[in-house]
Design a protein around this ligand. Structure first.
Ligand code: WQD
Length: 346
């Protein structure tokens, strides 16, 4: 029996594959490598000592997807593949709606055809939009404010209707807060292409001298120091959350939604200070206007996942910064240099 991981070469995907393999699962990875590197999967094998099939295909290609299901007895699917840049989704909404929605439709259609009804879906705290208060529980109303977030919100609704139509499904919907950090080995980590959208990869690129300074988007929010507050969660804790959710949906049919966060909020400057402390590097920054679409404060009430999945984030902000730093220090150009090296080796 195999667990199919879509988007398995990505930041969350590669860390989730490590945890799955080390927990004894057999996996197959499907990735179109549009925003990830095959090198990440080579390193997943290096870390775990285990090999697994990799399909370089796009979920939009229904025939190729069908081939994967005909080649394996799939027990469950962990669906991480998707476009996820908020800003890009605003400028290219049709691309986001078509890609994220259609790939999920293809996946559910093929799963049904092969009698596979166990599904873990990568959603996002961005579905909450501007929360009425914090901490945020799963009972809060959803109201995404950008096309990327709306694709996640719509897919959640599709999955709820799918379950209502056929209670044989076992579905876990995971709303990620802000994943940062990297595997302890420093061999896999976050490797955004181009200018990083997110805070931590920008900080680490400043720390190794790839960027001159950090731009802080606003210091006039109603927060402790005026900068945005978020619930940062170590990617290894997030990966463990996927394992618990998988076990839950394998155990029985049903549909559950879980916040995967720490329940603690840290401001931009809190993160900068923590990073400077663990790295010994100074992070110069300049404050500019707020980034359109940003909210002041967002952090989870993670108690439902704790009670129902037996899961709790255990790594603190300094460990998150340390592990992000070690990844960037050992891989100044992310996975690119290895591709160059392997190309050079032929
Ligand atoms: C965090 C804080 C910024 C960069 C996004 C998506 C969300 C999820 C996680 C996919 C904010 C500030 C950032 C910078 C800054 N992605 N910041 N300078 O916006 O909370 O969430 O990524 O699922 O869907 O919305 O994360 O890391 O971009 O920003 O000052 O160069 O850091 O204003 O307060 P965000 P982020």
């Amino acid at each position: 029996m195999t667990i199919l991981v879509t988007g398995g070469a990505g930041y969350i995907g590669s860390h989730t594959c490590v945890e799955l393999l080390q927990a004894g699962y057999d996996i197959a990875v499907l990735d179109n490598f549009s925003n990830s590197s095959p090198e990440a999967l080579r390193r997943v094998s290096e870390i775990t000592g285990k090999e697994f099939p990799v399909y370089a295909i796009d979920l939009l290609n229904l025939d190729e997807l069908d081939r994967v299901f005909s080649n394996h007895t799939i027990q469950a699917v962990i669906h991480l593949a998707g476009l996820k840049a908020v800003g890009e989704s605003v400028s290219s909404p049709m691309h986001y709606y078509y890609s994220n929605m259609t790939s999920t439709f293809h996946l559910c259609e093929t799963m049904s055809k092969y009698g596979v009804h166990r599904f873990v879906f990568s959603s996002s705290a961005t579905v909450y939009g501007l929360p009425e208060s914090v901490p945020i529980t799963e009972k809060f109303p959803v109201g995404a404010t950008n096309p990327y977030g709306r694709t996640k919100q719509m897919i959640e609704q599709v999955l709820q209707d799918l379950y209502a139509s056929n209670p044989a499904w076992g579905i876990s919907i995971l709303r990620y807060f802000n994943p940062i950090g990297a595997h302890k080995s420093g061999r896999i980590g976050e490797d955004p292409s181009g200018i990083p959208n997110n805070l931590m990869p920008f900080i680490t690129q400043v720390a190794i001298g790839r960027r001159d300074q950090l731009t802080v988007y606003g210091n006039d929010y109603p927060t402790s120091d005026g900068t945005g507050v978020r619930d940062y969660i170590h990617v290894a804790d997030l990966a463990q959350g996927h394992l618990r959710a998988l076990e839950k949906c394998l155990s029985a049919p049903g549909l559950d939604i879980y916040n995967l966060g720490t329940g603690k909020g840290y401001s931009v400057l809190d993160v900068v200070r923590a990073f400077e402390k663990v790295s010994g590097r100074t992070i110069p920054y300049t404050v500019v206007d707020r980034r359109p679409g940003d909210i002041a404060t967002c952090y989870a009430d993670p108690s439902k996942a704790q009670h129902e999945l037996g899961w709790k984030a255990v790594r603190d902000i300094e460990e998150m910064c340390e592990d992000s730093w070690q990844w960037q220090l050992r891989n100044p150009e992310g996975y690119k240099e290895m591709v160059t090296t392997s190309q050079a080796n032929g």
